[in-house]
Ligand binder design. Structure first.
Ligand code: FE2
Ligand code: FE2
Length: 409
């Protein structure tokens, strides 16, 4: 009986932001030369450390890779890393592949930059057991340091083949830059990918600050669906309230849109932004609650990811949960809009909406403050001192307004 042939699977991982002809050329040549039956293209998930930089959302990069890999029947797109939350390591991906394809031989495709760092990979000994490597390099580029590293790796049990390869002189970074003039990038990309990028304006929009449309497009991928939809409703409500109270509509619109942009961060992202460790005793006494954190992370993300510098918009993000005594009108509008957006149903929300029409924004905000305090107390959680200070401030302001009115009558 003929011996069953072992299937050979190549693996090409990367950010693929975007995938380009250079990646495809490498995969094709490796498959041809080493007789690979398939090559898996595995885009990385949303890299946590890049939260404040616009790495294209994982699902968009995945869609581009899917379109690009249609060109060769051996190519397949795999979402192993996109589907995983938080930081991902190759060792975990390999375990998943081994589970799905227990009999296959794996060949991980790398370049010399990765070669030099391979020894530091998490659980490298495990990795070396699970897969072989193919390293593409121009002979002329392969120096003494590469030679030495190769020896070190091989003695550590790493099976690695060197493949002489003439790479396409192009990188994803260069392609992203080129999208200021898209036609220049065209020759480096599969046609479908080029069209996707152009249609969805995936690149070439990194002119700070981003427009509301570009921010909205990014938030759709960056936030969870219900959070995104809430943000859109807050944006609409903020514009409505701005009209009533005579606030700057454009600022309120942007602030409403981004107010929750710091909300859906994972532990690694929080760590990277510097929000680590346990709260101090003082913070606990002041009413520390993890729910409040996104007012702070939101300010950082609005600045770094969207290029927002306007102090009124940043202030509105900062104060949208607890309010703050003396807050400006944009902050007031967002504070209230977060509460009265049309997705909130119930008597207490209607009361705030009514108060806005009948008595003004401070009365509506006071109603919101008091309901929030009740809500927090009922849940038995810590009450943030800033909410109480805001309530006191609102009472003072309302009394002042009443006194001024009485005087003018
Ligand atoms: Fe919020
Ligand atoms: Fe919100």
């Amino acid at each position: 009986m003929a011996k069953k042939r072992v299937e050979k699977i190549g693996i090409l991982g990367g950010t693929f932001d975007p995938i380009h002809n250079g990646h495809l050329k490498y995969a094709k040549e490796a498959a041809d030369r080493y007789g690979l039956d398939r090559v898996f293209f595995i885009p990385t998930g949303n890299p946590p450390h890049k939260v404040t930089y616009l790495v294209t959302a994982a699902k968009r990069r995945l869609a581009m890779v899917k379109a690009a890999t249609e060109c060769d029947s051996r190519f397949e797109t795999k979402s192993y890393e996109v589907d995983r939350e938080g930081e991902t390591y190759t060792v975990e991906t390999l375990r998943e592949i081994k589970k799905d394809y227990p009999d296959a031989e794996l060949y991980y495709l790398i370049g010399t930059d990765v070669l030099m760092n391979l020894i530091n990979w998490k659980e490298s000994a495990e990795v070396f057991k699970m897969t072989s490597f193919i390293c593409a390099s121009r002979d002329s580029d392969f120096g003494k340091e590469h030679e030495d590293m190769l020896k070190t790796l091989r003695s550590a049990g790493c099976r690695i083949e060197m493949m002489d390869f003439e790479p396409l002189e192009i990188s994803s970074t260069q392609i992203r830059e080129m999208f200021r003039d898209p036609d220049e990038a065209k020759k480096y990309l599969p046609e479908k990918v080029f069209k996707m990028i152009k249609k969805d304006k995936i690149y070439g929009r990194n002119v700070f600050p981003l427009s509301d449309d570009d921010i909205q497009r990014d938030l759709r991928d960056f936030l969870k669906k219900d959070r995104y939809e809430h943000s859109i409703r807050v944006m609409e409500e903020a514009v409505r309230i701005a009209k009533i109270v005579g606030a700057d509509e454009a600022k309120c619109r942007t602030a409403g849109l981004v107010h929750d942009c710091g909300k859906n961060l994972c532990a690694e992202q929080l760590k990277w932004l510097g929000f680590t460790g346990e709260p101090t005793e003082e913070e606990l006494n002041d009413g520390y609650n993890t729910r409040l954190l996104h007012a702070q992370t939101g300010v950082i993300i609005a600045k770094e990811r969207y290029g927002i510098e306007d102090p009124e918009i940043l202030g509105a993000i900062r104060h949208h949960i607890t309010g703050s005594p003396g807050m400006d009108i944009v902050s007031c509008v967002i504070f209230l809009a977060d509460y009265t957006e049309k997705g909130r149903e119930g008597e207490k929300f209607d009361r705030a909406r009514r108060l806005l029409e009948e008595e003004g924004i401070y009365s509506a905000m006071l109603c919101e403050c008091e309901e929030t305090i009740k809500f927090v107390l009922q849940k038995g959680e810590r009450l943030d001192v800033e909410t109480i200070r805001t309530r006191n401030w609102l009472i003072t302001e309302i009394e002042r307004e009443k006194a001024a009115k009485a005087k003018s009558n």
